[in-house]
Design a protein around this ligand. Sequence first.
Ligand code: SF4
Length: 360
Amino acid sequence: MSGTSISDRAVPGLLTKADLSGGLSFEEVRLLLALTDPEDVRALLETADRVRARVVGDEVHLRGLVEFSNYCRKNCAYCGLRRDNSHVERYRLSADEIISIAGDLDQRGIRTVVLQSGEDLSYSAEALADIIRRIKQSTSLAVTLSVGERPRVHYEMWKQAGADRYLLRHETVNRELFDAMECGTSFENRMRCIRDLRELDYQVGIGFMVGLPGQTLDDLAGDLMFVKEMQPDMLGIGPFIPASETPLAGRPGGSLEQTLKCVALGRILTRDTLIPATTALATIDEFGYELGLRAGANVVMPNWTPLDCREQYAIYPNKRCLREDPDIWLCTLKERIAAMGRAVSAGRGHSPKKAALSAD
Ligand code: SF4
């Protein structure tokens, strides 16, 4: 019997199982990732959408993204901000600029600020803690950090200053593939960071890219099983988009369909995790936000980086929303979400996995 006919026979039962529980095995996840029949793929995405609606409802949580520095000490092979890319014009925002942008977000009812940067050690742990403290004192925002690998004491200091969440993608559980990405770190250190963050009671986001050169279906199934085991508070899954001036320039990018299947399986395996329709997804397809939100996602991250810096935060090329006025774009985004019959959340959208916080 061919692989296809096994799929044909197994798919309806598997999707019923996926609808009822997240208890899929590696082989079952792999089989669903391998689906190619458009009807089967559609049924998988619809299953995830049903699970999303039933478990976390129709609200979409907005996170205001502030890319405050594009300096990076690391050299990830897929990333346009890598240290060795001398074609990037580097910038840093001052503490006052960052805090002022956080105030703008608060006034517009976006209840989370995501402070993201390359691994830029010129912001000391104390300096970042001070920024977090000032944001928490002057706004009602939840603060998410995405500044890479740091020692545990830094994470501890930022948590004490009031940081709520931390995004640190695990990238891949295949160590050979991890090493091939030349990130200048080890898989063990990445896991140490994620473990530290969880122990320090952050809401922690992990995630991975789909379509990395050399990545196999087994790798993706392995990443999804890792996600199932970790049950993260947040989960970011986006397509690989090749960036110029990097070792992976010119390689094929990740596909829309495979990314959506991974988002859907992320929802099915985690049930109530916060999952963004990523900007990378919206970059490879004009309707990427809608497609992600219909495949199990429930978060969108509008970019609130100053317009004159956005183009320089080029992790990958042609990023969505490089030039849009943020207020106009926010209106458009809300209209697009409303047109899907979904509503923008008025709350801070804490992780449902943190029971004490989730009502806020
Ligand atoms: S992915 Fe992050 S850590 Fe790696 S080079 Fe890019 S900004 Fe730096």
